[in-house]
Design a protein around this ligand. Structure first.
Ligand SMILES: CC(C)(COP(=O)(O)OP(=O)(O)OC[C@H]1O[C@@H](n2cnc3c(N)ncnc32)[C@H](O)[C@@H]1OP(=O)(O)O)[C@@H](O)C(=O)NCCC(=O)NCCSC(=O)C(=O)O
Length: 394
């Protein structure tokens, strides 16, 4: 599990599946940096590349959580020597990942063709809202725009309309994880073919590709069920959130008869058992009101004690601080920190035999490793000083 103990740091490099893979990470904000951090956690040598001005404008707290285990360099890509410096780094890199608007990298002189010309086996991943092609490709946007156009926002929320989310699903599922999968597939092929590829990840496509349930509803019923009218969005009393006496929430997911029966048994309400998934809206409404009255009569702690965080598929709705203190997630290594005094971070979600990820280093300051990285790339101290004097690096 991810820790920062000296032993685990020593074992971090041992067995790391991406040891020896070098990634140039030009992304900013959340989706790209988090994807590149997953690669870093798996042992890749990830170099965060920022401009010499504002750099990555993610908030400091987000920056700290999505850039650990990376090194950092600042290069001005609007400077000819900065472009030459990046291309030099590209020669020794396996992956480049960027998240600018389509066309930005080409205008800087570091588009896929320019980079592939110096390193044909590089995997070059572009993450954007709408992709490198298509009528919307140049359109700027944010998570809710991608989810909205992808037919996904239409399915998240309740009868009042779509809900905003602090877990931006298009950014993270459509962007972060789709990019990681695309990069790893192209890397696997590059290892055997010697040829890289341009991987084109559109967050809108990435989230749309997972919108199976609304499309299944369309196929089945001839129309997309409005929010609140399908099994997972509120049509069933056995599947939903219920308020507790102390103002907290319980997640009740007793979709299957055996879990519903467990729930009725623990509530000592065998009379409710036959009402499960009645198929009748009025019965569901009555059952929902009954459950709301039951759960609303006692505090969350009571229900946690009764359902043990899962019997009958009944779990508390936890805050992230409670989650990170939960024995299950502690045991799974999902709460990690750079050192005992550092604030907690989220652990690596990818577990595998023979490897334990570690927080080998906290998120770097912009340009923290500029000299080290350039020296490693073969530049001597005077060449680095000349680049700095020219303003191509900082
Ligand atoms: C996030 C954005 C809307 C931000 O828009 P902009 O700030 O206008 O950024 P752009 O990408 O268009 O352009 C970046 C500019 O930085 C310049 N640039 C970049 N790197 C460098 C370096 N190293 N040196 C010098 N200049 C640089 C680049 O030339 C561009 O300059 P000029 O050419 O001179 O302008 C856009 O990047 C975008 O649509 N990206 C794809 C989708 C995405 O990432 N969406 C946000 C998801 S996360 C999120 O926040 C959310 O969901 O919310």
């Amino acid at each position: 599990m991810m820790t920062s103990s000296p032993e685990s740091l020593a074992s971090a490099s041992k067995g790391a599946p991406l040891a020896g893979v070098r990634v140039l990470d030009l992304t900013r904000l959340l989706p790209g940096p988090l994807g590149a951090m997953h690669l870093a956690d798996l042992g890749a040598d990830v170099i965060k590349i920022e401009d010499t001005g504002a750099g990555d404008y993610a908030s400091p707290s987000v920056r700290a959580l999505v850039n650990r285990n990376k090194r950092a360099i600042r290069i001005d890509l609007k400077h000819a020597q900065g472009v030459a410096t990046l291309l030099r780094l590209c020669r020794e890199a396996d992956v480049l990942v960027e998240g600018f608007r389509p066309g930005v990298m080409q205008r800087l002189g570091v588009g896929y063709e320019a980079v592939a010309a110096v390193n044909p086996r590089i995997v070059y991943c572009s993450i954007s809202g709408f992709g490198q092609t298509g009528p919307l490709c140049d359109t700027p946007g944010h998570d809710l725009n991608y989810a909205a156009l992808a037919g996904v926002a239409d399915q998240i929320g309740n009868a009042a309309g779509p809900a905003l989310s602090n877990l931006p699903v298009a950014d993270l599922l459509g962007g972060t994880m789709t990019a990681v999968a695309g990069i790893l597939a192209a890397l696997f092929d590059a290892a055997r073919s010697g040829r890289g590829r341009h991987v084109d990840i559109a967050m809108a496509d990435g989230v749309l590709a997972h919108a199976v349930l609304p499309l299944a509803g369309l196929h089945q019923h001839g129309s997309v069920p409005p929010i609140g009218h399908s099994a997972l969005t509120g049509a069933l009393a056995c599947y939903g959130y219920y308020r507790t006496a102390d103002g907290r929430q319980l997640a009740v997911g007793a979709l299957e008869p055996k879990f519903w029966n467990d729930l009725c048994r623990l509530l000592e309400r065998p009379d409710l058992a036959p009402l499960h998934r009645s198929g009748d809206a009025a019965t569901e409404e009555r059952l929902r009101a009954e459950l709301a009255a039951i759960f609303g009569a006692r505090p969350l702690a009571h229900w946690r004690g009764l359902f043990h965080d899962g019997t009958g598929c009944v779990t508390p709705v936890l805050r992230i601080d409670e989650t990170l203190a939960h024995p299950h997630f502690r045991a799974r290594g999902m709460r990690v920190a750079a050192d005992a005094a550092a604030p907690p971070q989220l652990g690596c979600p990818i577990k595998m035999t023979g490897f334990e990820p570690a927080v080998a280093r906290p998120a770097p300051r912009a340009g923290e490793h500029t000299d080290e990285i350039l020296r490693q790339a073969g530049l001597d101290a005077s060449a680095v000083a000349a680049l700095r004097a020219a303003g191509a690096i900082d």
